[in-house]
Design a protein. Structure first.
Length: 271
């Protein structure tokens, strides 16, 4: 029997509500799945036919350790997504090198723009940690300076009202094939709770969004078991990339009846 690790973290609050969906789907496909912490010192990754990186949501404060683990694990089993992809994708400075339109971004407090409202966050982050939204230019710049003083690269972006009007569109690809897409709630809108952020509704992507998502994926070579392409429209209507999630994205598997099966089939194709 094929044995695959579902790579996770110490999750005492049970935040990963997709794990059991995935493991059940794997069982139906003849794949034995075992949930294993990425930092478990007793884990022998060579025992697995593949290790699927999923809910590793504690890596941000330990990125160097996490990336080193990914390369070690990837040397003895098939790591999905691969270690080189994870290393690049966990630092959002990759956006500077993408040959596609992205949200306007400044990467230094010394190059500070004049906008009505700002979002300032570190390039290595998840779940809006150390992220602020403010219309106070001085406060925004002070946060960017603080991040730099901590040795972190700031991302200085305009707050886009379209994330509240049209919402963010996330396109989910499994082995580079579109599975489903959702409209996500805006993370930095007033009054949002953690539960709100997990809510979404199915959305049919527009042709220009599909075209951009395909261009985004073409920028990344090699195996990609999963990819979440997060897009938003600018005020002029053009879609741009917010983020390409290739490490530990929430996949909104419960929002589409076919989604978890699509993910399992994609895994089978890559084994």
């Amino acid at each position: 029997m094929t044995i695959c690790a579902y790579v996770t973290f110490d999750d005492p609050d049970g935040n990963d509500d997709e794990r059991e969906l995935v493991l059940a789907s794997w069982r139906e496909a003849g794949i034995e799945g075992r949930a294993v912490r990425w930092d478990d010192p007793e884990a022998d990754w060579s025992e697995f036919d593949a290790a699927v990186v999923r809910s590793v949501w504690d890596y941000v404060e330990r990125r160097a350790e996490f990336v080193a683990w990914a390369h070690r694990a990837g040397s003895v089993t098939k790591l999905l997504n691969p270690a080189a992809v994870i290393e690049a994708n966990t630092d959002k400075t990759y956006l500077r090198d993408m040959g596609v339109p992205i949200v306007p971004t400044h990467w230094s407090s010394g190059d500070f723009p004049q906008w009505d409202e700002y979002v300032v966050k570190p390039a290595i982050s998840a779940g809006a940690k150390a992220t602020i939204r403010t219309s106070d230019r001085a406060a925004a710049k002070a946060h960017a300076v603080k991040l730099e003083a901590e040795g972190r690269t700031p991302m200085i972006q305009p707050y886009l009202d379209m994330v509240e009007a049209e919402g963010e569109t996330s396109l989910l690809y499994f082995n580079r094939v579109l599975s489903h897409a959702v409209r996500r709630n805006p993370m930095l809108a007033p009054g949002q709770t953690q539960a709100d952020l997990a809510r979404a509704e199915l959305r049919t992507p527009a042709p220009d969004q599909l075209e951009l998502a395909e261009k985004v994926l073409a920028e990344v070579p090699g195996d990609l078991l999963y990819a979440r392409v997060d897009l938003v429209r600018l005020a002029d209507g053009r879609p741009v990339l917010i983020e390409l999630e290739l490490t530990e994205p929430y996949l909104f598997l419960s929002h589409s009846e076919a989604a978890v099966g699509n993910l399992t089939r994609a895994l089978g194709e890559l084994l």
